[in-house]
Design a protein around this ligand. Structure first.
Ligand code: PLP
Length: 413
């Protein structure tokens, strides 16, 4: 009897705390709605690609907001390679890499990625978020320093939070400020300059030549996150370091398989062999998380083989990017960044960005408005992303839809 009463009291207490947690959570959700920063999710009912079906909208919507830069997410050969890997290697490994989760498929992909980036070795992760979460803690200790661009991706910021190095945040792409921080951190054992190769909200490219010169002058290492560059920037699509001619001066690269390289999932680090060896021993997201599924590794391998065989796809994307940027600029829009397939159409006002994106969908074009806190206040925009899979007529149609919507809202005359 006593035990039953105790159970009832305990279960009332649990109900009480759950009710209290619900109230707190609802209050927080209301705050997000009231601030106008609620992120809704539209539901796609087809494959990822330049033309998609979106639940609740008319058929065949033009998609201009995926990171599917090379159109490989639904490339027939990439899909076929995934199917073959699924059939040969199974659905998954039910294991982390070091227990019984390493297949020849993973080793082969790591070898190809090292070859692609021209670095000594490579380690795969389940995502680039994990690669960024796992790197800094292993490489840097309390005697070291990390110098990070203030606008680096959230996963870099989180990864740096996990390490015990002294932290220096330099102003966005500001070489003078970086130099000041390099001077301040002179007494540290290792110093690592950390930057996105391309910043995803503006499509702006890090000043890697200046960064590498400073790093050389002050004896620092350089790390770049290439999620928005791998596969298509530079003459052979190797990334920002190739574009700017500093492949031999950037020491460590993290990137993703979840954007240009097939778009499924997965991330990796390439760099000096002893670093990769140490990451396999100590990097927590690698040691304590499941292996990349075979179908994902198979698709990414095929995507990489396509890129290693020819740079035609990367070049066609560059031409399409310029077609969109030129068309929009001639119509009177302001497009941030230069030459990158991330083309932010700058609008300023958050509501305007959101309403214009809704109007674009009514015209059959799927784009998304970004506003504070994702971008600074007063700098709301629609971020358009070009893919090699878009046709010239897809691009022209989208420019026309922007012109119609922009005129309606007084953004252009
Ligand atoms: N780094 C940058 C710059 C990114 O844009 C992203 C994804 O949005 C990531 C890291 C995380 O990549 P993943 O999706 O592979 O975790």
């Amino acid at each position: 009897m006593f035990r039953r009463c105790l159970n009832i009291i305990n279960s009332n207490r649990t109900c009480g705390s759950i009710a209290q947690a619900r109230l707190l959570l609802e209050k927080e959700l209301d705050t997000i709605r009231a601030a106008g920063t609620w992120k809704g999710e539209r539901v796609i009912t087809s494959k990822q690609g330049p033309h998609i079906n979106v639940d609740g909208s008319r058929d065949d919507i033009l998609n201009f907001c995926a990171n599917n830069y090379l159109g490989l997410s639904s490339h027939p050969e990439v899909i076929q390679a995934g199917i073959e890997a699924l059939q040969k290697y199974g659905a998954g490994l039910s294991s982390v890499r070091f227990i019984c989760g390493t297949q020849d498929l993973h080793k082969n992909l790591e070898k190809k990625l090292s070859q692609f980036h021209e670095r000594e070795d490579c380690i795969l992760y389940a995502s680039c978020f994990d690669a960024n979460a796992g790197l800094f803690e292993v490489l840097l200790g309390p005697d070291d320093a990390v110098l990070s661009d203030e606008l680096n991706h959230a996963s870099i910021i989180d990864g740096i939070r996990l390490c015990r190095a002294k932290r220096f945040r330099y102003k966005h792409m500001d070489l003078n400020d970086l130099e000041e921080k390099l001077r301040e951190s002179q007494s540290s054992r290792l110093r690592l300059v950390v930057t996105d190769g391309v910043f995803s909200m503006d499509g702006d490219v890090a000043p890697l030549v200046g960064i590498c010169d400073l790093a050389e002058q002050y004896g620092a290492l350089v790390f770049i996150d290439e999620c928005h560059a791998t596969g298509f920037l530079g003459p052979r699509g190797r990334g920002t370091d190739e574009l700017l001619g500093v492949m031999d001066k950037v020491h460590i690269v993290n990137s993703t398989l979840g954007k240009a390289l097939g778009g499924a999932a997965g991330g990796y680090t390439v760099g000096p062999k002893p670093l990769i060896d140490l990451l396999r021993q100590r990097s927590r997201p690698y040691l304590f998380s499941n292996s990349l599924p075979p179908s994902v590794a198979g698709s990414a391998t095929r995507a990489l083989e396509l890129l290693l065989a020819s740079n035609e796809i990367a070049q066609s994307m560059a031409a399409k990017t310029m077609r969109f940027r030129n068309g929009m600029s001639q119509a009177g829009f302001t497009i941030a960044g230069t030459a990158h397939p991330i083309c932010p159409v700058m609008l300023g006002d958050a509501r305007l960005a959101s309403i214009m994106a809704d109007d674009m969908l009514k015209l059959g074009v799927y784009v998304i408005g970004f506003s504070y806190p994702v971008v600074p206040k007063g700098e709301a925009r629609i971020r358009v992303q070009i893919s090699a899979a878009h046709t010239d007529s897809d691009i022209d149609h989208t420019v026309d839809a922007f012109i119609q919507t922009g005129r309606k809202h007084g953004v252009i005359s």
